[in-house]
Each structure stands twice: as C-alpha cells, then as structure tokens.
Ligand binder design. Structure first.
Ligand SMILES: [Zn+2]
Length: 253
C-alpha cells in the first residue's frame, strides 16, 4: 500500500503567501512543453480529486504515471494524430496497466502531504537577492507598525531623546529591520534626537543645585552686605562651573 502513490502526475508544494503563512499547492508540469499549472489544496491531498480537476481543465493525466500533458499539447497531439479518438487520449493512459486496485479500494485516498518540494518554487523569496548597500527596500505595513511601536514606547518625543538603553540601532535589531528605516521613521514622525537621557538627568540635577544655591543667596541677603558680596561671588563661580559641566555633558550626548 505504501508504494501506491509513488507515481503521481503532480508534485505537492508548500508555498509562502502573504503575512508569513504558507499554503499547500499541487503543481502539474507538462512533460512536453513544461507549462505549469497549480491548484491550491487543503491540508489533505486527495490525488483522485486533483487529477479529476486537472482533467476537467484539459490536462491529460493519470494517477499511475508521472507524465502530464497540458491542454495545449493535448490539442496539438490531437491535430497531428487525427486517427485517435479524443476519448482514448483523455481516458486511457496505459492500456496494459492493471486498474483493479483503484476500483476495489473504498478507503479515502489521502496521504500525508509532502512538504519538501521536488523542484525549486517558481518565485524565489526576495530576501535572497544580491545585497544592495545603498538602496533599501521600503518597509511593509507590518514592519512599520512594529518599528513605530518600539519608537512610541522608548522614544521621549517631548524631550527628543531615547530612553535609557535605547537607540535607533537597538530598535533595528529588535524589529529586524535596517537602522536606516528606524532613523527615517523616527525623524519623520517623532523628530530628531536633541539630547540623551543621561544629559537630561544631569540637567535636572544641575537645575536643582542651581536653585538651592540661589535660595541660599536669597537667605544670605538678609545677613551682612560683606558676607553677601563674598558669597555671591563664590556661588556665581560655582554656578559657572556647573554650567560648564552641563555644556560638556550636552556636547558628549
Ligand atoms: Zn504542454
């Protein structure tokens, strides 16, 4: 029984379709001119039904033979051999073969689908093309949504900075896209990088210190003029130092 379907006029393929799914198709290839025809099938391949369908579409095929003849070649053969009746051509593939097993077996003719394609699929996946460093393919809708999600979650639009540990490259890796895509989308929708999280923290701290010092100055105003004068000078020096520090942090960002 296991060898029953060794010879079929079609091959069973699993081909990629949109959004990452695959579907099973059967493919007939004309033994004469290599014309191809494919039919989508469910999870179970029923050879009888497939052969019947192909025959209805004008193919000359048989369950016991790998040979398949496309409608065009069938017509041409009929023209060149007018003596043969169309009925013989379509229905009797090999007169000497024993048709008995098919007629007496009532079990459904199903068998596990072979996912391995005997021949390479017609359309090669686009990812295998030669790498083009300068031109990048535009992102598909799903990729864009994914990248956008990462940016929305990890980019602080108001301050114009990535949150701690994030940057364009990290998003590109997480979303499996080119860095260029992330940069373009971020610039277009969320604006440029104006600062970093670290610089922002430093800025906050410095602002607090500055405020504390100014408060102290205010307090000291009620003290002696001399003290105020001295301390103000000192504090202003400190503030200048801190501003310098801030400038250097921002420069590094
Ligand atoms: Zn043909």
């Amino acid at each position: 029984m296991s060898g029953k379907w060794n010879d079929l006029p079609f091959s069973v393929l699993s081909v990629p379709v949109e959004d990452g799914h695959r579907r099973t198709v059967v493919r007939f290839v004309c033994s004469t001119c290599e014309a191809k025809e494919e039919y989508g099938v469910g999870t179970k391949v029923i050879p009888e039904m497939i052969v019947k369908q192909a025959t209805r579409n004008g193919w000359r095929v048989s369950l016991n033979s790998t040979k398949a003849t496309c409608p065009k070649c069938v017509r041409e053969r009929k023209k060149s051999a007018p003596g043969e009746s169309p009925k013989t051509l379509l229905l009797a593939p090999k007169p000497m073969e024993n048709p008995a097993p098919m007629a007496t077996t009532p079990t459904p003719f199903t068998r596990p689908v072979q996912m391995t394609a005997p021949k390479p699929p017609m359309a090669a996946p686009p990812t295998q093309g030669t790498p083009k460093p300068t031109v990048i393919e535009p992102l598909g809708v799903k990729d864009r949504i994914r990248v956008r999600g990462f940016i929305m979650e990890h980019f602080d639009e108001e301050r114009g900075c990535w949150k701690k540990g994030w940057n364009d490259t990290k998003v590109a890796i997480e979303a499996t896209v080119e860095v260029q895509h992330v940069t373009e989308m971020r610039e277009a929708a969320f604006g440029p990088i104006r600062t970093t999280e670290e610089a922002e923290l430093a800025r906050d701290n410095i602002a607090k210190l500055k405020q504390q010092m100014q408060d102290q100055i205010t307090l000291l105003v009620s003290d002696t003029d001399l003290k105020i004068g001295n301390l103000r000078t000192l504090m202003n020096t400190r503030i200048a130092e801190i501003e310098k520090l801030l400038a250097s942090v921002e420069k590094a960002a």
